[in-house]
Design a protein. Structure first.
Lengths: 283, 187
């Protein structure tokens, strides 16, 4: 049997009823009481009317209306804030953007490498010449806003790849990962391998995770004919946009290693790769 | 490829879709909190930038408006703490509400201005709950989460806040000689 509700209980429950916070069963009891008690019915109607009036009053008041100019300004500033991270620093923070970012850096580096005179002695050459720096600065400003040239950009959006992957790409990826594994005895995983194009130049691009770091390794197969290999003995080190780029010319062609590792570790990775590729005409 | 996170552009698109439409609501709440247009805009700005920064923590499909208002209240607490450099151990407004004696009838002939003025007269901790519940239509559970208080406190503050509001409005009616009020229960 349903307990009859008294006015005191109704007043207690009516606050929650007003906010639509009662269980269905209690709602029915509250409703039942109002049916039989004109005083409580009137009281509740007044409370409900006041509640509606509050909402209407605030909605109609210019004091509580956001200024369109402020809203527009905020939208623009927030958008700028959200997208400003498209620079190199955020590429490091956002692995998804990191990979095409690597591609651009690498490609820029390769372009600059044409004008870079590799030194004859020593295995590590730090600091590229001024014209290369100027080239990198100019190109990075253009490229940082786009990242359109790496096939991975398309893959991130789950679109079909525009560039057919070299059938040898998987073998290439393993050939890359294996010496890195062997040298660092660390958790090494191939994240992806594909071919990508930049201004008509085709690269084989292998992305490897080493521990918590991501490395991109690029091969310029066509460059094999243009650059005589020195057996991978000379490694050029460059820092661009917060990332380390180490490059060398292996028998298979120019190779580039890009990562957010400290310079010494990026170089040692490149060194391990260079040693592994020495004497190999193809991979 | 699940390892890769979304790009900045995708993040912005999601934020623009989920959070940006609530900016007018946030502004309304900010006006209640700051009682000043410029400070309200500052608070909205701070809230939206904080939300953008923390957007990875927002669970898509949940109540984004409640999430944003929660951020706003947290920022507002910090703002007040900076201003006052005081830690409230006891809420004097709780005691004030205990002294509200009864609810006289509320006049029908209320203007929007008088309702807003009466709402502004309700002490802050009660007004917050009344505004969040009756104006912004958040649930008790959402209000409890936004204000970081127990559900029971939400209910008691709402009850007292509404009573204070009705009393203030009835007082205005007496002052200006309004008659024919909407009767409210006494006691």
């Amino acid at each position: 049997m349903v307990k009859v509700m008294q006015c005191s209980e109704f007043r207690e429950l009516s606050e929650a009823y007003l906010s639509d916070e009662l269980l269905v069963e209690t709602n029915l009891r509250v409703f039942g009481h109002m049916e039989s008690c004109p005083k409580c019915r009137e009281d509740f109607a007044a409370r409900r009317a006041l509640r509606s009036r509050m909402r209407e009053a605030v909605a109609a008041s210019p004091e509580f209306a956001i200024q369109p100019a402020f809203e527009t300004r905020m939208t623009a500033r927030l958008r700028e804030e959200a997208l400003k991270g498209r620079g190199w620093a955020s590429l490091l923070a956002s692995p998804k953007m990191l990979v095409p970012g690597f591609a651009v850096v690498l490609v820029m580096f390769f372009g600059g490498l044409v004008g870079l005179r590799m030194l004859d002695s020593g295995s590590i050459v730090a600091n590229a010449n001024t014209s290369l720096s100027a080239f990198l600065a100019e190109t990075s400003a253009k490229a940082a806003g786009s990242h359109d040239h790496c096939a991975l950009k398309k893959m991130q959006r789950w679109e079909s790849k525009e560039i057919p992957i070299d059938p040898a790409a998987e073998q290439t990826a393993e050939a890359i990962a294996e010496p890195i594994r062997a040298s660092f005895a660390s958790d090494v995983e191939i994240l992806h391998s594909h071919d990508c194009m930049y201004e008509g130049k085709r690269f084989s691009h292998v992305i490897v995770r080493r521990g918590t770091h991501v490395l991109s390794v690029f091969f310029d197969r066509e460059g094999k004919a243009k650059f005589a290999s020195d057996g991978g003995g000379h490694i050029v080190s460059e820092r661009e946009g917060g990332m380390q780029v180490a490059s060398f010319v292996a028998p298979v062609g120019p190779v580039f290693v890009v990562s957010d590792l400290p310079e010494a570790e990026n170089l040692s990775t490149a060194r391990a790769l260079s040693d592994a590729l020495r004497g190999r005409d193809s991979i | 490829m699940g390892w890769f996170r979304e790009s900045s552009e995708e993040k912005w698109e999601a934020f623009a879709e989920e959070a940006m439409p609530h900016m007018p609501d946030l502004y309304r709440v900010a006006v209640w909190l700051t009682k000043n247009r410029d400070e309200a805009e500052d608070l909205v700005q701070e809230t939206m930038f904080q939300a953008l920064k923390s957007f990875h923590r927002y669970e898509m499909g949940t109540n984004c408006r409640a999430w944003l208002v929660t951020i706003m209240y947290n920022l507002n607490y910090k703002r007040i703490a900076k201003l006052t450099k005081l830690k409230l151990v006891d809420d004097p407004e709780e005691r004030l509400a205990e002294t509200v004696p009864f609810e006289p009838s509320v006049p029908e002939s209320l203007t929007d201005e008088s309702i807003i003025a009466a709402l502004k007269d309700v002490p802050d901790s009660f007004r917050s709950v009344v505004v969040l519940s009756d104006v912004e239509e958040f649930s008790y559970k959402e209000i409890a989460s936004i204000l970081d208080i127990p559900m029971g406190t939400v209910m008691s503050r709402l009850y007292r806040g509404r009573r204070i509001l009705r009393q203030t409005l009835a007082g205005q009616a007496r002052e200006y000689g309004f008659g024919g009020g909407l009767r409210a229960a006494e006691g």
